[in-house]
Every structure is written in C-alpha cells, then in structure tokens.
Design a protein around this ligand. Structure first.
Ligand SMILES: [Zn+2]
Length: 135
C-alpha cells in the first residue's frame, strides 16, 4: 500500500541525516572544532562558525521535552492513526528533534519520560526516526 503521509523534504544539507536513518543509525553533525552537535543539519557551526563537521552516531536515547496528542487528523492520511503523539525529544547528546512517541498508550506519555529511537521504514527511500519508551 502506498505511503500517503507527507514525507520530509530532503536537500543537500539534510541528505546524510536521512541516509543514515535509512541504515537505522541516528547521526547528526558534530563540529570538529568545538564538538557542538547540531540539528537540523547546516554547513556552519552556530557556536564557532567552523565549516568542519563529521556525522557522529548518537545513542538514540533521550527524554520527552514536550509533546502533544492529536485527536483530530489535520491531514487525511493520519485519520487511521488517531490519537497519535508528536513530541520534541531532548537527546542525551544535546540536540532536540521533533518526532513521534509510539509503542505506548498516549496517556502514558509524560514530560521527561526516557525514550529511545526506533526506525520506521515508511517507503523504499525514507526511514523516519521515532521514539519508544525506554525500558
Ligand atoms: Zn563549533
């Protein structure tokens, strides 16, 4: 069955992030000069302005920084998933990212809850990082 939900817009800067997701690895740019891990991807470090960065593998562990549970489908393709949670995940290594918390009842999601990444291969090309409650 075709995947009908919106897909990420992948550009030259973000392509490596999505390629690593496809390999089920959560990687973000780490500045070679000051060590700052940044997200979303960009060509320059916002801390020290260095252009030198490497794609470092993250633990995939973090905590729920904020979240909302959708009870209404604002895009028709989400109607069968209601209710679902969109969350900002505070990763252990520092960056925050938007994602979904899955693998539990919506009422069990709490601020500061430990979570860990899983990878959802939604199309042949695109894999979305999502988060499960950490055991
Ligand atoms: Zn830097």
């Amino acid at each position: 069955m075709a995947y009908e939900k919106p897909l990420p817009v992948i550009n030259e800067d973000t392509a490596p992030f999505w390629e690593y997701c496809h390999k089920h690895e959560l990687r973000m740019q780490k500045c070679r000069q000051c060590g700052y891990i940044r997200f979303p991807a960009s060509i320059v470090c916002p801390r020290c302005h260095s252009l030198e960065a490497e794609w470092t593998r993250l633990s995939g562990k973090g905590r729920v920084y904020s979240f909302i549970v959708y009870h209404q489908a604002y895009h028709p393709s989400y109607k069968d998933e209601l209710p679902y949670a969109v969350a900002i995940i505070q990763l252990d290594e520092g960056p925050r990212m938007e994602s979904n918390v899955i693998g539990c009842e919506m009422e069990d999601i709490k601020i500061d809850m430990p979570v860990e990444v899983i990878f959802d291969d939604v199309t042949d090309e695109v894999t979305l990082p999502k988060f499960n409650p950490a055991l």
